[in-house]
Design a binder for this molecule. Structure first.
Ligand code: ADP
Length: 579
């Protein structure tokens, strides 16, 4: 599909509004050709059959038609700019909804800054294309198609002379408009650079003081501030150059017209009225001609932006429901099986997981331990299909995971990742994130299970306390327990904790895990941990090394075997002694 077709696609839902706007422009241009003809006629009649009645009528007609022209012009602008804004809003919504469907891996390879840029500058460029560019293209076509014949009809020679410099106007604007847009981008980037620096420095103010880096930061700010100043100055210079150039060229055209027109009147080759209407027509064409230059730039920018936005939209979600995806009416029990499951990250050379085979019974509590990089998180991410897993490798209750609907699969799994991300809203809303309709009692029960309830009661507004930038800062352990409460609220048959209690002390972590297996419903729990005293409480422990499960069994079994687990326990005891 060509870019032009894509552009039409964006406009298609609003085609009637666009047609209305363009029709209004046609009327405007027709009137702007007709009114000077009236003036011409009036002036030429002054010399022959002058009556004051006729003059009054003519004046009224001209004022009335001019008023109509301006009202219709206003309507056409409002209509088409509204279409631009509507396309903008729809496009932003579509991009956002599309991004929500993409897998986390996509965001690991795309920077947030780039995405934000596509949301703002690129969408803005497309809006300009469908609003401003469509409006001005129609305007230019109508202006020339209607005005030029009228001018040529009055006097061919004078018309050509008057318009001779107009192509120069177009070239000048074309040269400058690209530069203007580039400079605008630089200004915008400088502004965002500066705001980023302010934001970062103000949040990291303690660090700046501890390391006594005020002087350095002051210099960094001055540099960025100076960059913004220079960029603003350059933009102003370009703006202040282009408009006088247009005016200068327009004046040259007017001079030529006055000079040659004067001679023609003297030689009685043209009437005074005809000459005056030529002057008006020539003036009327200045704006559309200059605009053509800006419009060409808007098309060029818009096309690049269409490509950049379409690049997001054409990125199909890699992890999606299979066409035959099963929807389960009854919930899942929570039995998990791996059959010769291997996984390699896209672009990686060695597999992160190699030939895993295991079965976890429904309701069992399993600890996964092993050195950093042994594949524990990858396994945790594979179960809710946050990474793209092969078919026939992982099963829940005997169903191949890749064959279950994603919504059913994910609603069966409560997952607490390593980084406990909290939204900038109240504690209560954070805990009920998975079920926004959950009532206060349900929230509190989950908070008690996650052992955060009593601390929440000590917060200034208790459960209504806002966390994050706009509210209080929670300690690492508090964040983790809030994230745990959020997962527990869902009562899912499977709970996965990926080192989710690393900032909670060993005793509390162990107490929480023991509590979980005693109270509440029976759920399959998989927890990845470095705290071996917590792992010891699990029904079974899987020990991973370099993507493989090297040992499996209860704490008692494993501690008496020679192997990685014994070694890890030795290290752990050593660490605890040292603390
Ligand atoms: P663990 O949780 O045991 O520390 P991980 O599952 O995070 O281990 O990592 C297992 C291996 O996969 C490591 O070698 C790591 O470098 C690699 N890995 C992890 N995440 C990615 C990723 N997004 N892309 C490529 N390789 C990754």
């Amino acid at each position: 599909m060509s870019r032009f077709q894509k552009l039409l696609n964006y406009l298609n839902p609003y085609r009637w509004q666009v047609a209305q706007g363009i029709f209004a422009l046609f009327i405007v241009n027709a009137l702007s050709v007709y009114i000077p003809l009236l003036i011409r006629e009036g002036i030429d009649r002054l010399r022959t059959s002058f009556t004051s009645d006729y003059l009054t009528q003519l004046a009224i007609a001209i004022v009335a038609l001019t008023t109509v022209m301006w009202v219709v012009r206003m309507i056409s602008r409002i209509t088409i700019f509204r279409v631009g804004r509507q396309v903008q809003a729809t496009l932003k919504q579509n991009i956002f909804e599309h991004l929500l469907q993409l897998e986390p891996g996509y965001f690991a390879t795309t920077t947030v800054g780039d995405l934000v840029n596509r949301f703002t500058s690129d969408v803005e460029n497309i809006t300009r294309l469908v609003g401003f560019a469509v409006l001005s293209t129609a305007n230019i076509i109508f202006a020339y198609a209607l005005t030029l014949p009228a001018m040529l009809f009055i006097d061919v020679k004078l018309t050509l002379m008057a318009l001779a410099v107009y192509p120069l106007m177009l070239v000048a604007v074309q040269l400058f408009s690209g530069q203007l847009r580039d400079q605008q981008v630089v200004v915008q980037e400088s502004i965002s650079d500066l705001s980023e620096l302010i934001q970062e420095d103000m949040s990291g103010i303690a660090l700046i003081k501890i390391y006594a880096q005020e002087e350095n930061e002051r210099r960094a700010f001055r540099k960025k501030n100076q960059e913004l100043f220079t960029a603003n100055l350059k933009l102003a210079e370009s703006r202040n150059t282009i408009f006088p150039i247009i005016q200068g060229l327009a004046s040259i055209s007017l001079l030529v017209l006055l000079w040659q027109g004067g001679l023609a009147i003297a030689n009685q080759e043209i009437s005074v009225g005809g000459f005056l209407s030529l002057v008006i027509y020539a003036q009327n064409l200045i704006f559309p001609t200059a605009l053509l230059g800006f419009t060409i730039t808007a098309y060029q920018r818009g096309e690049v932006s269409i490509d950049r936005v379409e690049a997001i939209l054409f990125n199909q979600p890699k992890i999606a429901d299979a066409p035959t995806a099963l929807h389960l009416d009854a919930g899942l029990q929570g039995q998990i099986t791996a059959r010769d499951f291997s996984y390699t990250y896209p672009g990686a050379e060695t597999p992160a997981l190699k030939h895993l085979n295991f079965t976890i019974k429904a309701g069992e509590t399993i600890a996964i331990v092993g050195p950093i990089g042994s594949g524990k998180s990858t396994l945790a991410n594979a179960l809710p299909r946050l990474v793209e897993i092969p078919e026939n490798s992982l099963f829940i209750d005997g169903y191949d995971l890749t064959n279950l609907s994603l919504a059913d699969l994910r609603s069966a799994i409560a997952y607490v990742p390593q980084e406990s991300f909290l939204f900038s809203t109240s504690i209560e809303n954070n805990i009920r994130y998975g079920d926004p309709l959950a009532n206060q009692t349900v929230v509190e029960t989950a908070a008690k299970l996650g052992q955060i309830h009593w601390e929440v009661l000590n917060f200034p507004q208790q459960y209504d306390t806002i966390v994050g930038e706009r509210g209080i800062t929670l300690s690492g352990g508090q964040r983790q327990r809030t994230a745990l409460a959020r997962a527990l609220l869902l009562n899912s048959p499977i709970l996965i904790l990926d080192d989710a209690l690393s900032s909670v002390d060993n005793q509390t972590a162990t107490a929480i895990l023991q509590n979980l297996s005693k109270t509440g419903q029976k759920r399959t729990t998989i927890f990845i941990t470095h705290q071996l005293s917590a792992a010891a409480t699990a029904d079974r422990i899987l020990v991973m090394e370099k993507g493989e499960i090297v040992q499996a069994g209860t704490h008692q079994d494993l501690i008496s075997q020679e192997g990685l687990y014994q070694w890890l326990c030795g290290q752990n005891q050593l660490e605890e002694l040292l603390h």
